[in-house]
Write a protein that binds this ligand. Sequence first.
Ligand SMILES: C[S@@+](CC[C@H](N)C(=O)[O-])C[C@H]1O[C@@H](n2cnc3c(N)ncnc32)[C@H](O)[C@@H]1O
Length: 213
Amino acid sequence: MPCNCCEITDNAFSKAEASAEIRNYRKRGPANQTKLILEAIRALGLKDAALLDIGGGIGAIHHELLNNVAREAIHVDASSAYLKEAKEETERRGNRERVRFIHADFTDVASNLPQADVVTMDRVVCCYPDFRSLLKAAADHSRRAIALTYPRETWYMRFGFGIMNFFQRIQKDPFRVFLHPVAEMESLLKNEGFVKTSVQRLVIWEMALYQRP
Ligand SMILES: C[S@@+](CC[C@H](N)C(=O)[O-])C[C@H]1O[C@@H](n2cnc3c(N)ncnc32)[C@H](O)[C@@H]1O
């Protein structure tokens, strides 16, 4: 399916949203679903890991994991506004040399990027139509583990996403949110050699940790 996804996503995640997110992060720390990813990764007991954060937004995951788990990170994001905030925060923390920032749709640039020990995708698959290509590329780039959050497959999420997409349509905004089938995501990652080792649920988000056996 032809899709100028990067452009659509870049427009959807604006400067105003990015500023609000970084303010929240500085005030309250990582969001609850992000904390689930951080706990799952910390439980792996890695040191000096290489991290690949796809769609990392304002960079909460690498800001946190560079403290004690990761040696370096690559942050690929389709949103230039989020990347700008992520870079500024990274500099503020003295980590500028440890993070490489790439403004792109990950599926477009994946073949030029190295593998990492851990790949994270926090609330990313639900912003992208072709979850199969995205997950396949993520799996190819992970030596050890993938941790991701995605919306739970419940009636209320289906209803909520239906309303959100309805308003997007009437505003003629091409950005959509997606409730991708969890069983298909799991089966794809299993075929790529991963085993699901942990699942945690909040009201809206589910976090799954996949590891190579
Ligand atoms: C809802 S935001 C989540 C940001 C951050 N992970 C968080 O949880 O706060 C989704 C992010 O994924 C990015 N994104 C979605 N699809 C992407 C893709 N194919 N490649 C790179 N970034 C992508 C968007 O630009 C956006 O920054």
